[in-house]
Design a protein around this ligand. Structure first.
Ligand code: SF4
Ligand code: SF4
Ligand code: SF4
Length: 496
């Protein structure tokens, strides 16, 4: 995996691992009852179980419940509430969803042949993920997310459309996860393939939880057993292939707590951190994360563009020319995403070239410029995904009240709310929705400006002219994209 800075200077490493060994006052696991709960082997099972139950209800309700998507429990909870809730979890806590995820959870129960015990053998072929492909890090996950979103748009699944399509979507992800868990070792699926992994990992970097971290790195350096990575009778080897002793961001910690259970030196804890810490402070930045962020931005901007009337005209014209049967035409889908990504890359190239010509410094690579700028855009991309969910959330989230009373459309009235008038209540007016979207984007843009400013200083330290150039490039880019996104939301007028 190519990383930047390629060769962090030893002073910076020391500064990270010595004085910045996590602050014990910020340790969540310092509280005795929290420690006891997380040390328990049943901890993750109990996190996953409620979501597992809800997801199987979602699948059943989608297949057999009421046909109207605005009344079906499956579509109402998935598209009006769940997606928004997962985003808030990501922005607030990082990979919290991964700790309770029913997709990975279900497949892992089968792979381990147990709900929570430490079983010495697993039911998997245990194949390694390709070394060659691992160089591309999160990119397969982004690619699969783009493909999945295409099918979601094509079948209007999140519209919401026909409820059984939501069930098919959930069942497909569970099936693919299960096959991957039975073929590949540990959570290779989560690390490399899950369509949600890149989005959760990158957006989650804004979150206030560090992931499980070593308390004192010198203890880890002396440690002979490395049980956190290799496993012991108390815990599984890290399912995400991480070493808590070297983690400098929460990007790849699935918060499963296995290392916390297995470390023989009790040298691991869970910490809170300031928002954006995992965006600004990673010692080794990954180019694949930056590229993933830029592609994810292209995708969400496409989802804004496709709500404008002009998009329908272009899409219909393309469909007529190419004899393609439905919306969206894959050509404009791909072109829209590639154009947004291309504009960002082209802009960074221009700044780099201008700087190199001016400073007569021609040895820097595109990746060295693109990577910090990509990391700086994380908060803005997170804000845009959240803002895109808000119309559905504010307009329809109360539809869950009647849907809860009769999830399978069999005439139940479990909570006496089957005919609740809340069904038609919108929490915000259209103007209110647009205002809330604009505020979310403004906060995201300011956070991106702040992050880029600090990333440049942190990554380029003594190269003062390059610090200024990247600061200028990143700050201007965040501001321009933020303005463009707000403009699009105003033009969309609260469209879902
Ligand atoms: S990476 Fe995907 S499958 Fe794995 S835990 Fe996270 S959301 Fe679930
Ligand atoms: S087992 Fe504990 S002490 Fe050893 S390397 Fe892992 S976290 Fe560090
Ligand atoms: S074992 Fe530890 S480092 Fe690995 S994913 Fe679980 S909590 Fe994170």
């Amino acid at each position: 995996m190519a990383v930047w800075p390629k060769d962090p200077d030893p002073g910076a490493l020391q500064a990270h691992f010595a004085p910045t060994d996590p602050d014990p006052r910020r340790e969540i696991t310092r509280t005795p009852w929290v420690r006891r709960v997380i040390k328990s082997r049943a901890f993750q099972f109990l996190l996953i179980l409620p979501n597992q139950i809800i997801f199987w209800i979602v699948i059943t309700a989608g297949l057999f419940g009421v046909a109207a998507p605005t009344r079906n429990f499956s579509t109402v909870i998935t598209w009006y509430i769940w997606f928004c809730a997962v985003f808030l979890l990501m922005v607030g806590i990082g990979r919290a969803w991964c700790a309770m995820c029913p997709f990975g959870g279900f497949a892992e129960w089968i792979q381990r042949r147990t709900f929570w015990r430490r079983n010495p053998t697993s039911m998997t072929l245990g194949r390694r993920w390709s070394q060659k492909l691992s160089r591309y890090g999160l990119l397969p996950s982004v690619l699969l997310f783009i493909i999945l979103t295409y099918f979601e748009e094509y079948f209007n699944i999140a519209g919401p459309g026909v409820p059984r399509y939501t069930s098919y979507l959930v069942l497909s992800v569970i099936t693919i996860a299960l096959i991957s868990f039975l073929v590949l070792e540990r959570r290779s699926f989560c690390r490399y393939l899950c369509p949600l992994s890149a989005l959760i990992g990158t957006v989650g970097a804004t979150g206030m939880v560090t992931g499980f971290r070593t308390r004192n790195r010198s203890v880890c350096l002396e440690c002979k057993t490395k049980d956190c990575m290799r496993g012991s009778e108390k815990g599984y080897p890290c399912p995400w292939f991480e070493w808590p002793g070297s983690a400098t961001s929460n990007l790849m910690c699935g918060l499963c707590s296995e290392c916390f259970k297995s470390c023989p030196s009790d040298n691991i804890g869970l910490y809170v951190q300031k928002p954006l810490t995992s965006v600004i402070r990673p010692l080794r930045r990954r180019w694949d994360v930056a590229v993933a962020v830029i592609l994810l931005m292209g995708l969400v901007v496409f989802q804004q563009l496709n709500a404008l009337p002009v998009y329908a005209t272009v899409d219909n014209w393309l469909n007529a020319v190419t004899h393609y049967p439905g919306y969206p035409n894959p050509i404009d889908y791909i072109i829209a995403i590639a154009t947004v990504a291309g504009i960002v890359v082209g802009y960074v190239l221009l700044i780099k070239k201008g700087f190199a010509d001016h400073e007569k410094e021609h040895d820097s690579t595109l990746s060295q410029w693109l990577t910090p700028v990509g990391y700086g855009l994380i908060p803005l991309v997170a804000a845009d995904y959240l803002a895109r969910q808000l119309p559905r959330f504010f307009d329809h989230m109360l539809r869950i009240v009647p849907a809860l009373s009769d999830p399978f459309d069999v005439g139940w009235n479990l909570f006496g709310t089957a005919k609740s008038p809340l069904y038609g209540v919108h929490l915000l007016s259209t103007a209110g929705v647009v205002r809330s979207q604009s505020i979310v984007i403004a906060v995201g843009a300011l956070a991106s400006i702040y992050a880029t400013w600090h990333i440049s200083r942190r990554d380029f330290g003594s190269l003062t002219k390059r610090v200024s150039a990247v600061q200028f490039a990143g700050v201007l880019l965040s501001a321009l994209i933020g303005v463009a996104m707000v403009w699009l939301y105003v033009a969309m007028a609260g469209a879902e």
